[in-house]
Design a binder for this molecule. Sequence first.
Ligand code: GTP
Ligand code: MG
Length: 430
Amino acid sequence: MERLTISNKDVSNFDEVAIAIAVAEGKIIHATTVDESMTELCELVQAAGAEVKAKLILHQNIDENYYLDRDSLDYVIRQGKELNVNILVFIDELSGKQIKNIEKLSGMKVVDRTMLLFEILSNRANRREGKIEIEKAQLTYRLTRIEGFQGIYKYGTGICVNNPYGNRLLTDLDEIKSKIESLKVDLSVIVKNRFVQRSKKIGDSLPLVAFTGYTNSGKSALMNKLIELDPEHTKENEVIVKDKMLSTMDVSLRKSILPNGKEFLVVDTIGFVSDVPKLMLTAFRSTFEEISYADLIINVFDASSSGLDIQKNIMDYTIERIGVTNKKKISVYNKADKLDTIPESTDDKIYVSAKTGYNIDKLLEAIQKNLSQKMVEEILLIPYEKYHVFNSIKDNRIIEINDFKLIENGIELRLVMNSDEYEKYKEFIK
Ligand SMILES: Nc1nc2c(ncn2[C@@H]2O[C@H](COP(=O)(O)OP(=O)(O)OP(=O)(O)O)[C@@H](O)[C@H]2O)c(=O)[nH]1
Ligand SMILES: [Mg+2]
């Protein structure tokens, strides 16, 4: 059996200390490998306010009752007691039965990744809409696994027991059901008002640029760089920048100005993580909706991160799940100030630094170019022997799986093009 990897970190200052556990089942977990997801899971535990003392990746089948096979679970519990651990964190969503059984056997709090994400967002939410969305998602999650949320969840303290207002989350089925109904009503009023305000405030007149990307890549910092160009900009207008995962929760729509004097809107969005739970996608649909209104998407990467490929995979996977296809995108590699040598930028791939202001002018130029160009959508047929053409298109933008089909005589690709690209690829138009 695989052994625990124990860290030598001093965790004595933490009220809650965890073992993080994953069952790999030999499969890749969506956009990332199990090792990468495990690293992220440990960061999420920290972001929620607890600490990881040990981790364990097992290669076995998932047990319906205990998630792990009994020998492995007994081993984890024994080790956990020795290490003074009081939480077991699981990478997969657990069923109510699994939560209940593991808790009963171990006496420890049982937390899964989805509960962790809700906990983090619950602490970050400042506005009423965000708080209601999170509480609704938390309760909806409980609804389908109610037996798991008795015991420690009813009486215990610490992470994953409270709602965004700091009150204990409900544990009674009927109470949960009626609370969800009342949250839905509150939400419908807020959402209606938001839509009215949105259309009043901006109409359809100004083009919209959306920042998307892995959490902590610097989307909010970049947005602040752009909005400070607006003469009406004030300090209060700035969005929150923090060295924390998932610090942006609310949709923030702001104004900026292009070198040619034209105004445009920028919107900041919630950061992506490797596998956004379905309930979280639902809770943040308003944020993700903004992406679907956007005329241009700026995909922000942390250029200094060792996991750039992972960030890219997560970006593609999430964008595909949100279903925002056929948008013109620019890739921006932020935190260039942390690189020893900065690679050359192109029109679609720009190295910038929100910290030093490096290449912000180039980013603005690229935005201007994209917003002022008329875009056309065409279907291309690229013969297999010209695969390099497909590759060069792919290098400069995200192509989602739904955007292309492999057919008998080549690759059929739906593409939104600016006029330069149109000239370049028009011979392939079907
Ligand atoms: N060195 C350096 N740090 C940066 C740069 N841009 C942002 N940061 C830092 O990176 C951290 C995250 O920045 P944010 O702008 O909050 O990132 P985000 O993508 O909005 O993050 P979430 O909203 O949490 O998903 C902060 O500590 C920033 O100060 C940069 O260009 N260089
Ligand atoms: Mg942010």
